[in-house]
Design a protein around this ligand. Structure first.
Ligand code: SER
Length: 875
């Protein structure tokens, strides 16, 4: 059975059991401060499980793109070294939201695996939760009883909290779980040792394939558990592992999910898979990481130097490094694998082919950049090796290896590998200490203490009325305290709110919470797990009264002008540059707007002018906002509404239309484009390969910008006291300046010539030598100039000049070539010695050398010292 069929059969199976099939949520998470990436199928349903949002369907199934590379669930270090862990993988899941529970979840799983997939019943094992004293939880007898309906008791095992109690993070919904494991070993091996002894023992052929979680509890900030209002089922099955079991393979990488990719890596690198253990690991790493990087780019998360972008960058670098070291790939090569990835996964994930060029360019650029760093790092390492050997040491200090790791992305094992070839080792203890210190630094920087919610009104409907109102009467339904870095803030939830919570690039509203006796500032508004959260720095005295919630309207309108302008900008860019332009990110505040989009070269000044002209035309046409609030997503797309890939949209969406610009958007907007008044682009730049950024301002800000510009022009004009116009005046000024420069050069040359003649007159003749020793007050460059002229004019010349310029001492020594030969004089050595007097250093050739220093008082001593050394040689 091909992998595509396995995936489809899973979805069809649950559809037949009355489940609604939903698409995978984006892999990159927005709107949840506790997670960067989707790490489980249940993430997109967290708001439902928490009870913040009511489910649209109580039975749901999907295949979810997951990434386990940070936080609580992190498999990165295993990937490639074993055959069944991945960074990105697909999780097949079925959910019950307050519908069925343990009995049906177990029955469905059993039926799917044994009947639908035809897996051998005798190879399956189930685990159940043994209970936990610290959490005051009993063993999961219920699950045990249901499993007994299908499995003999010796194939049901108890597991501890680590394996059989699932938690998404430190806080939040959780519960006991039952895992299904499969024993894929050959018959002969199975006969020797029962599979039950190998469950959860890291055997690559006795592995977990499905986890059935029974969500019953919520883990609170203090670590205690409370019961969830209703019980849910969350199951997750590793798609790649299921394929391995169904296709009778012994490695995920031997299934059709991976073989074409591995095959292409082998072809491009000229290596065979399965011949050399180190190269095999490298090929698996690359095949795995390629998927992660490609999918994160399509989801809108490009590699960068911060947060989620940095995680992606490091994964890419890990792959490049393996290719470099073990497959001998010294040039960018991963980007060449994108077509084969599309062949394997493009049908189920069409975003891969529609964004192919972007994926390839970004990967290639990242590879090249890292290969350059790698090169620099290797050179640095070479120097360290040389130095360590020269000093007769065998151990390289840990901080050196850490610098290589931190700055150049060298994992410790790479550094150790290179050192080993040179008979050296790293001080691992020191390296670990540096690593710990860094972790501690980022831990304390990121430390946030979030208290549990205090529920004031049990009300789970939070209505947003901010499209129509900027002021309403509200009640606080719950609040909690959050402290970071010595600052305490409060998060408040209202039953109804006019405040727009930061999302879709638009900043959150600010404003006030007002009662008869108090006025509290709302500093910011966020959205988290489906809730709008208002941030304040104090709590009202009486939390239970009715307040007026009032949005800061000036800021809101300025923000709306910018938001509407991003839509017009998007429209104009597609018109001028082409329809390959896709939104890749935006930021809209009351100050300015930022718009990132895919485009493969710099936008020229002419194009920018044209874009701005179109936007301003659309503004003058004064299109009114045409909004439709609850359009089924399919219908919205038919209306031509532009969606951003990687954004999470519901079934019903809001469509925002201004003239010909139609977008899916939840933000707030100008009532009509005319309100924007004026749009001005202030910069165009590159964000990464294939992504450009435009920054612009509108309305009062744009007006202020233009007025300031005019003011400045006027002032410049006034400085000239002539009415020929700024341009003509400036041109003339520059010409004049050129002429003056030439004059100055002429005068300098002339004065140097006069000085040179003066020096000549001061020469002493000692034996056959013409000797000039002198202190001067001029820059070293001028000394050099005169020295070279004199060399051509006087035979047997010894010139020793010391000087101070800008408070810094300098020395110059020059000899005629004949003296270098006859007396063995060496200007470089003499300067080096004499420079000690001016606390400096320098050097050069035998006939000419210079030095600089930091002690101006030492100049005459330095000259004496140099003169003595020279005279010693001459005599
Ligand atoms: N949440 C569980 C897991 O990730 C089951 O989906 O394993």
């Amino acid at each position: 059975m091909k992998s595509a069929e396995i995936r489809q059969r899973f979805l069809d199976f649950f559809e037949k059991k009355s489940h609604t099939i939903v698409p995978s949520a984006p892999m990159v998470i927005k709107g949840d401060p506790t997670l960067m990436f989707t790490n489980a199928g249940m993430n997109q349903f967290k708001d439902i499980i928490l009870g913040n949002v009511r489910p649209k369907a109580t039975r749901v199934a999907d295949s979810q793109k997951c990434l386990r590379v940070s936080g609580k669930h992190n498999d990165l270090e295993e990937v490639g070294h074993d055959t069944y862990h991945h960074t990105m993988f697909e999780m097949l899941g079925n959910w019950s939201f307050g519908d069925y529970f343990k009995k049906e979840a177990i029955a469905y799983a059993w039926e799917f695996l044994t009947e639908e997939m035809g897996l051998d019943k005798n190879r399956l094992y189930a685990t159940v939760f043994e209970g936990s004293k610290e959490d005051h939880l009993e063993e999961d007898k219920e699950a045990l009883e249901y499993w007994k309906l299908y499995l003999p008791e010796d194939r049901i095992l108890y597991g501890n909290k680590k394996d059989n109690f699932w938690e998404m993070g430190d806080m939040g919904p959780c519960g006991p779980c039952s895992e299904i494991h499969i024993d894929l070993r050959p018959e002969a091996e199975r006969a020797l040792k029962p599979g039950r002894e190998l469950v959860n023992k890291d055997n690559p052929l006795v592995i977990e394939i499905w986890n059935l979680v029974f969500m019953q509890y919520n883990r609170k900030a203090d670590g205690s558990l409370e019961n969830l209002p209703s019980h849910h089922v969350d199951t997750g099955m590793g798609f790649e592992r299921l394929c391995m079991a169904v296709q009778g393979k012994t490695s995920n990488y031997d299934t059709d999910v991976f073989t074409p990719i591995i095959g292409e890596i082998a072809r491009l690198s000229g290596k065979e898979y399965g011949k050399d253990a180190a190269a095999d690991v490298a090929m698996r790493v690359i095949a795995d990481h390629l998927r992660t990087i490609a999918f994160s780019i399509t989801d809108g998360q490009l590699p960068s130097n911060v947060k989620a972008g940095y995680v992606i960058r490091r994964i890419l670098r890990r792959a490049v490094r393996y290719a470099y070291t073990f497959l001998d790939q010294k040039d960018a090569f991963m980007y060449k694998l994108v077509p084969v990835l599309i062949e394997v996964m493009g049908q189920h994930y069409p975003e891969l082919s529609s964004q192919r060029v972007l994926i390839e360019r970004v990967i290639q650029e990242e590879e090249n950049a890292f290969l350059r760093t790698l090169d620099k790092g290797i050179k640095l390492l070479d120097r360290i090796i040389e130095k360590t050997k020269a000093e007769d040491y065998l151990t390289v200090p840990g901080n050196v290896a850490f610098e290589l790791y931190d700055t150049y992305g060298f994992p410790l094992d790479l550094t150790e590998l290179i050192l080993k070839e040179n008979g050296l080792v790293v001080n691992r203890r020191e390296f670990k200490a540096e690593m710990e210190a860094q972790k501690e630094r980022s831990r304390s920087a990121a430390a946030v203490n979030t208290d549990d919610w205090v529920e004031l009104i049990a009300d789970d409907t939070q209505e947003f009325v901010g499209y129509d109102y900027t002021e309403t009467e509200v009640q606080i339904t719950r609040y909690r305290r959050v402290s970071t870095k010595g600052k305490t803030l409060y998060q408040l939830v209202f039953n109804i709110t006019p405040f727009y919570g930061e999302s879709g690039g638009q900043v959150g509203d600010r404003g006030w919470l007002i009662s008869e006796t108090e006025k509290i500032s709302v500093l910011d508004t966020h959205k988290e797990n489906g809730l709008t959260i208002h941030i304040t720095d104090r709590l009202p005295e009486d939390l239970t009264q009715v307040f007026t919630a009032k949005v800061d309207v000036d800021k809101r309108i300025a923000t709306e002008n910018n938001h509407t302008s991003t839509h017009l900008l998007h429209y104009a860019l597609r018109k001028v540059l082409g329809t390959h332009v896709e939104q890749k990110g935006s930021y809209v505040s009351d100050e300015y707007l930022r718009f990132d989009f895919s485009h493969f070269q710099k936008v020229t000044d002419e194009e920018l002018e044209e874009v701005a002209a179109i936007v301003n035309q659309e503004i003058r046409k004064n299109y009114p906002l045409e909004e439709s609030r609850a359009v089924p997503i399919g219908q919205a797309k038919k209306m031509g509404a532009m969606a951003i890939f990687g954004e999470k949209y519901g079934d019903l969406v809001r469509v925002v239309k201004f003239g010909e610009s139609v977008e899916l958007c939840g933000g707030t907007h100008a009532h009509a484009t005319g309100q924007i008044g004026f749009f001005k682009i202030i910069s165009e730049s590159s964000v990464s390969a294939g992504v450009r950024r435009i920054e612009a301002i509108t309305a009062a800000k744009a007006e202020e910008y233009i007025l300031n510009y005019f003011k400045m022009m006027k002032e410049i004009d006034r400085m000239f006291k002539s009415n020929r116009g700024v341009l003509e005046n400036v041109r003339e000024l520059l010409n004049e300046n050129e002429e003056l420069k030439k004059d100055v050069e002429k005068f300098t040359r002339e004065s140097l010539r006069i000085m040179k003649e003066g020096w000549k007159n001061e020469k002493r003749v000692i034996r056959d030598v013409n000797m000039i020793v002198k202190t001067v007050m001029m820059p070293p460059a001028n000394v050099k100039d005169i020295a070279f002229q004199l060399k051509g004019e006087l035979d047997n010349l010894v010139l020793v000049i010391g000087g101070v310029f800008n408070n810094k001492p300098h020395l110059t020594v020059m000899f005629s070539d004949s003296l270098v030969k006859d007396y063995g004089l060496h200007a470089g050595q003499i300067v080096k010695d004499a420079a000690q007097e001016i606390k400096g250093g320098g050097g050069g050739q035998p006939f000419f050398a210079t030095a600089g220093g930091s002690n101006p008082e030492g100049v005459s001593k330095a000259l004496e010292r140099a003169e003595k050394l020279i005279l010693d040689k001459i005599h």
